[in-house]
Write a protein that binds this ligand. Structure first.
Ligand code: FES
Ligand code: FES
Length: 159
């Protein structure tokens, strides 16, 4: 039996210490040990983006990131994204009907929050490129892209 290993990281702005075993993924640690189930489990192979979280501000697939490597790092999950920009992204996706079954939505919101923090006004090509690792089987992406363009427009109008 493997010995549990403590990991201390900042999760959604709070320092948390949790135990992991062996090569346990960050996705499993977030969902099963920290009860942050907004990080969705899809393919478990780094292909679908359902498990996207921000690691030190950059989107990663938490299913292929070893939880022990999160020691001392900053993780943001969908539960922690309550800032104005993230709230606008969520609202815009709802308004454009970019949510259907909703399974992909947390990962997509996390990905887009990371994008809009890094890039002031991404164009459609950049938005589509950022979403290329997030699979949505329902929407065809057009509504989600429209939602981001709406947020970009709102930001421009406010500045
Ligand atoms: S569950 Fe992580 S990329 Fe699919
Ligand atoms: S809304 Fe169903 S997978 Fe995206």
């Amino acid at each position: 039996m493997q010995t549990p290993h403590p990991v201390t990281a900042t999760i959604n702005g709070r320092e948390e210490t949790f135990e992991v075993i062996g090569l346990e993924s960050l996705m499993d640690a977030l969902r099963n040990r920290l009860h942050l189930s907004g990080t969705k489990e899809g393919c478990r192979e780094g292909e679908c983006g359902a498990c996207t979280v921000l690691l030190d501000g950059k989107p990663i697939n938490a299913c292929i990131f070893i939880a022990r490597a999160a020691e001392g790092r900053e993780i943001e999950t969908i539960e922690g994204l309550q800032d104005d920009l993230s709230s606008r992204i969520k609202q815009a996706i709802v308004e454009t009907s970019g949510v259907q079954c909703g399974y992909c939505t947390p990962g997509i919101v996390v990905m887009l929050s990371g994008l809009l923090r890094r890039v002031e006004a991404p164009n459609e090509a950049l938005i589509r490129e950022a979403l290329s690792g997030n699979i949505c089987r329902c929407t065809g992406y057009a509504q989600i892209v429209d939602a981001v363009l709406d947020v970009v427009e709102q930001k421009a109008a406010a500045s």
